[in-house]
Design a protein around this ligand. Structure first.
Ligand SMILES: C[S@@+](CC[C@H](N)C(=O)[O-])C[C@H]1O[C@@H](n2cnc3c(N)ncnc32)[C@H](O)[C@@H]1O
Length: 203
């Protein structure tokens, strides 16, 4: 009999995709949201930041270069190996190879940088993601969210409308910015789909 949880957790073989260079979500450069959030003070040197589902993103290294203490995690061995190499000049950086929904730090983070991880997991797992984000952040910690806007059914990526995100990250646990504070970042490869960048504060 198939374990229903395992079935949900492995709908997609990420490692296979990395090995086949089938990674259209990769921008090939650092996401512009990193510079935006460094400029606006949502990310600050000396803070502890967590990047779950980091893939082969350039952002963990960019955050380390900016003086943040970086922890990144991913279930795919190729992604973890990429980050080990990228973060080699930053010996304090940590890379966790494993399930980012399960892993918990000894000490909570100041910020969680969310980039195409929430939209990569099955919507049935979103409650687990919200619990993870709440638990890994300290009170007052920031969820730096890039919510993938995608109307079509199916995925990944699975669309993360603001309406659905408001249900997922409820006001009693998260302080929301105004809707007009969200910055659209069109994705260069995914048909120009926008990611909405905004900062939610953990209560
Ligand atoms: C669409 S990719 C995004 C990667 C990276 N954030 C980026 O923007 O380039 C989704 C990533 O989530 C990882 N992933 C999916 N489910 C995971 C899980 N349960 N735990 C850890 N990583 C997971 C995949 O291996 C993949 O690297």
């Amino acid at each position: 009999m198939t374990d229903p949880v395992s079935e949900i957790r492995t709908p997609f073989d990420w490692e296979h995709r990395f090995r086949n260079e089938d990674a259209p979500w990769e921008r090939g450069h650092v996401h512009p949201a990193v510079a935006h959030w460094l400029e606006t003070g949502a990310l600050n040197a000396g803070e502890r930041v967590y990047v779950p589902g980091c893939g082969r993103g350039r952002e963990p290294k960019a955050l380390a270069e900016a003086g943040l203490d970086v922890t990144a995690s991913d279930v795919a061995p190729s992604a973890a190996a990429y980050q080990w190499e990228a973060l080699r000049p930053y010996p304090d950086a940590r890379i966790i190879e494993g399930d980012s929904l399960d892993w918990r730090p000894d000490e909570p983070f100041d910020a969680l940088y969310e980039q195409t991880f929430l939209c990569a997991i099955h919507p049935h797992q979103r409650d687990v993601y919200e619990a993870m984000a709440f638990q890994v952040l300290k009170p007052g910690g920031r969820l730096l969210a890039l919510f993938m806007q995608r109307d079509e059914r199916g995925g990944p990526p699975y669309g993360c409308s603001l309406e659905a995100m408001r249900d997922l990250f409820p006001d009693r646990r998260w302080i929301w910015p105004q809707d007009d504070a969200f910055v659209p970042f069109p994705h260069p490869n995914l048909g120009g789909k926008a990611e909405l960048g905004g900062v939610l504060v953990r209560r």
